[in-house]
Design a protein around this ligand. Structure first.
Ligand SMILES: [Fe+2]
Length: 387
């Protein structure tokens, strides 16, 4: 694979579509993603999967051997992405209760902030639920200041200031030396999508703008697209420099049952639908992951043969035939284009999945692909008998 793992700041900006931002008057400055924390049914095997298939490195660990009798927590990294996969060890662990309800999924989208107290004070005054008050946690590597606020469903945002800490993850974790067992498949986290209940998307857009000072990005999927093709409505909020982007979906009344309704049923409520991982060589990523057994959503052949596609996307860096051979989708807007592809759900329930994305100037999320994509998703949904 030709993926470059030592990205310059400029390259990272291009990869993620970042914009300049003055944090000075930002009421809730966010520097970036800290970690995506998952609760899964078998953290030991999920961690091994991520090393073998996603090419992540195991860098830290907490569990019975470190004095944490309740659960396993494996901290995995690839490029700028950090996942923490957790699973109950003690039969009485609350993680089992969460897993019983939601299945494998994301419990916490932790964000890196330079001033935890300022963020929490602002969030509280804007009506957010503070789940964990700001406090210090320390060990021989230094001190982390952290707090947590609630977002949609049972999801939370832990806020982390690790500027005074040089340990492998957080106090309570020991360094682990678990090399990646394959070439990393991505370099950065681009966006995390939430599915919320019917009629509540605008409430959550307002939450992120009011509580976290996020801005509403231009791209949205409204009722026009929703009813015919996607049966969902979508808006996007983002942090000041767009490092952190949160598309929010709600079900819409379509011709058939919405895929968002299916998610809400099987996840037992709102939660994270997909994580988009940025790569600078999506062809290499898809080839490698497919060789390791990852299944992607098929794209109809008609998507590539449609003359409207060539007219819509213009010149992209590879031939359409190369994209067609892999099922990679293309979208273009006034700023540039993007290449993207979606996996099947990663766990046992039809809930959370991954997207891989290669941006070339476009700040969008693939709105132009909704029709093609959702036709493909609906075929999958029908195969599961939930359509
Ligand atoms: Fe996406």
């Amino acid at each position: 694979m030709s993926i470059d793992h030592d990205l310059s700041t400029d390259q990272l900006h291009r990869l993620l579509g970042l914009v300049d931002h003055d944090a000075g008057d930002d009421p809730f400055p966010v520097t970036g993603w800290d970690a995506v924390v998952w609760v899964v049914g078998n953290a030991a095997q999920t961690a091994l999967h991520h090393r073998l298939v996603l090419g992540m490195e195991l860098v830290a660990y907490s569990g019975p051997e470190t004095g944490n009798a309740d659960h396993h927590a494996y901290v995995l990294q690839a490029g700028h992405v950090r996942f923490v996969v957790t699973g109950g060890v003690d039969p009485a662990s609350p993680l089992h209760d969460r897993h019983r309800l939601h299945g494998d999924g994301v419990a916490d989208i932790a964000l890196e902030v330079p001033d935890v107290d300022r963020c929490v004070a602002h969030a509280r005054s804007a009506g957010a639920t503070v789940l964990v008050e700001p406090h210090d946690v320390s060990d021989e590597h230094g001190t982390v200041r952290t707090a947590a606020i609630a977002t949609y469903g049972d999801t939370r945002h832990t806020l982390v200031d690790r500027s005074r800490y040089d340990g492998p993850y957080l106090p309570g974790y020991i360094a682990a030396n678990g090399p990646a067992l394959a070439t990393p498949a991505f370099q950065a986290l681009d966006h995390v999508v939430g599915n919320v209940e019917l009629g509540r998307m605008d409430e959550w857009v307002a939450f992120y703008t009011r509580v976290m000072g996020f801005t509403n990005m231009a791209e949205f999927v409204g009722a026009d697209i929703a009813t015919d093709y996607s049966a969902l409505m979508s808006k996007v909020v983002a942090s000041g420099d767009r490092r952190v982007k949160f598309p929010l979906n709600e079900p819409a009344r379509g011709r058939r049952r919405s895929q968002i309704d299916e998610y809400l049923d099987f996840h037992a409520g709102p939660g994270v639908q997909h994580l988009a991982l940025a790569t600078d060589d999506i062809l290499a990523t898809v080839d490698a992951l497919r060789a390791r057994g990852i299944e992607f959503l098929p794209t109809p052949a008609s998507y590539y043969s449609d003359p409207a596609l060539r007219a819509r996307i213009g010149d992209v860096r590879v031939d359409i035939e190369e994209l067609a051979a892999r099922g990679i989708l293309v979208d273009r807007d006034e700023d540039g284009y993007l290449l993207q592809i979606f996996t099947r759900p990663v766990g046992d329930r039809p809930t959370v999945f991954f997207e891989f994305i290669e941006r070339h100037g476009s700040l969008g999320f693939g709105k132009g692909n909704f029709k093609a994509l959702f036709e493909a998703i609906e075929r999958e949904q029908a195969r599961r008998g939930n359509f």
